[in-house]
Structure formats: structure tokens, C-alpha cells
Design a binder for this molecule. Structure first.
Ligand code: ADP
Length: 259
């Protein structure tokens, strides 16, 4: 019964939130339409014309981003797992986000397990880290330090009531020296569409993607935050080398013998 209640609350939330997204999207269309209307005037000075064209282009890319995130979320794209080295990807993500964060936010990368590999979808991994880094940037209001770190973790700290899982994990964290979050908020941040950002800036889907990615990859996501000091999100992904060592619990009939 509790499940049914939760389910109906969820549906209600999805309904409200879809409405919210449609509303954001409509606002963006209004901006585009008014700029296009203004452009129709033949006596428009060149600088104004450029400004309206710019507004159309910017707003259209925001709208595309919104639908893109919504689609990715709705589709729950099947993951295409590959074995890849986490350190290398983390470095690539650091390079990717550098132009996004502005000159007064320092980016530090700490790679403690050179060559550690995981089996996960590398594109989704990058998307997850970029989502976390963009949130970190937004929490810092232009100044601070963003740290990307990876290390080998023996186990996953139990989070939100889940039992801790034994085994070897590669941990990847994204830390900021930003606003931090109060505990009431921490309970809601992974909900789809939960956002505290302005209309058109936040979709509330970033952390849902991160959460979905972690779970679907057999991992976990943990968050540690203090108001006024900052936040650390840590992804735990099963280590690929460790995975290969685990023997199947029952011999498989007709399975290829190990070579
Ligand atoms: P969005 O970024 O579009 O709002 P997310 O799901 O990525 O959606 O994040 C949900 C909310 O969680 C954000 O609106 C913000 O309030 C909060 N949040 C996420 N990351 C951080 C962070 N590093 N520091 C402070 N608040 C954060």
C-alpha cells in the first residue's frame, strides 16, 4: 500500500514537473518569437540586429539543451559499457570543464590510482562528471576551487540506508568550496526535476542522470555537504580488474572454458 501511495505521489510530481518544463520551454519560445518580430523592422540599426540574432541563437541552444536532457532522461539510454582508465577520463573532463568555470575558479585534479579501470559507459561517465562540475561551479558564484579526484576504495560507505557493498571500487569525487547544502535539501537533490535554479537555468535532471548512471553501473553515489563550506559528490564504480576475478557461483552449462 505504501508503494501505491509512493507511486501516485511520484506520478503527481512527474505531472507537475512536466508542466514546469513545458512552461520553461514556452518562455524560451516567447523570447525567440519576440526577437524574430523585432528583426522584421527594416530600419533596425546593425548593432541591434546583431543583438537580436544573438538572443535567438542563445535561446534556441538553451531550448535544445532542455529537450536534450529531457529526452536523455525519458529514454534512459541503454548504457554501452566499456573498460576504460578512470584517470585518463578524469583528466579529459578537467580539460572539458576548464572553459566552463571561468578564470577565478581553480581546477585541481588528483589521480591516486593511475591505470585503474572500470567497466561502464564512458560517455555517460563524462556526462555525469560534467553535470557535477557544472553544479559545483554554480555553487561557487565565480570564485573557489573545484577538485576532481580518483582513488581506489575498498568499500562503498553506506548511503541513505543502503548496505555497504564489499569489493574493490574506484572512487571519483567532485568537490567544491561553494554554498553547501542543508540536510533537508540533501534528501531531495536526486529527485528528477528538483532544482533551486532560475527558470531556464536549471532542469533538475543533472543529478538524476548521475544517480541513474551510478546505479546502472553497479555503483553508488554519495554526497557530503556543509553549508557555507562546500560539497563533495563521490561516485563509486566497481573496479574492472576486480570484476574479472570474481568466479561465477555456478558453472555455466556449455559456457566457453576459461582460456
Ligand atoms: P540543476 O543543476 O538543473 O538544478 P541538478 O539535479 O543537477 O539540477 O541539481 C539539483 C539541485 O541540487 C540544484 O538546483 C542545486 O540546488 C543543488 N546542488 C547540486 N549540486 C550542488 C552543489 N555542488 N552545491 C550546492 N548545491 C548543489
Amino acid at each position: 500500500q505504501e508503494d501505491i501511495l509512493r507511486q501516485s505521489q511520484k506520478l503527481e510530481a512527474v505531472g507537475q514537473l512536466t508542466g514546469g518544463v513545458a512552461h520553461d520551454f514556452n518562455n524560451l519560445l516567447t523570447v525567440i518569437r519576440s526577437a524574430a518580430d523585432l528583426l522584421r523592422r527594416s530600419d533596425l540599426p546593425e548593432d541591434r540586429r546583431q543583438r537580436y540574432v544573438g538572443a535567438i541563437a542563445d535561446t534556441a541552444s538553451r531550448a535544445a539543451k532542455l529537450t536534450g536532457q529531457l529526452l536523455a532522461f525519458a529514454r534512459r539510454q541503454p548504457l554501452k559499457p566499456e573498460v576504460f582508465a578512470v584517470g585518463e577520463r578524469l583528466q579529459a573532463v578537467a580539460d572539458l570543464v576548464r572553459p566552463l568555470v571561468g578564470a577565478r575558479i581553480e581546477i585541481e585534479t588528483v589521480i591516486e590510482c593511475e591505470g585503474c579501470t572500470v567497466e561502464a559507459d564512458p560517455n555517460q561517465f563524462e556526462t555525469a562528471l560534467v553535470n557535477l562540475a557544472v553544479n559545483a561551479r554554480d555553487a561557487m558564484s565565480g570564485e573557489g576551487c573545484l577538485t576532481l579526484k580518483t582513488w581506489l576504495a575498498c568499500e562503498v560507505p553506506s548511503t541513505r540506508g543502503h548496505a555497504s557493498a564489499p569489493g574493490a571500487f574506484v572512487a571519483v569525487s567532485v568537490s567544491d568550496t561553494g554554498s553547501g547544502m542543508a540536510s533537508e535539501m540533501l534528501g531531495r537533490i536526486f529527485e528528477p526535476f528538483f532544482t533551486t535554479k532560475e527558470v531556464g537555468k536549471g532542469t533538475g535532471l543533472g543529478l538524476s542522470q548521475v544517480y541513474g548512471f551510478a546505479k546502472q553501473s553497479g555503483g553508488e553515489i554519495d554526497v557530503d555537504s556543509e553549508v557555507g563550506r562546500g560539497t563533495t559528490f563521490t561516485l563509486y564504480l566497481p573496479r574492472a580488474e576486480a570484476k574479472a576475478v570474481v568466479a561465477p557461483s555456478q558453472p555455466q552449462e556449455g559456457a566457453d572454458p576459461p582460456t
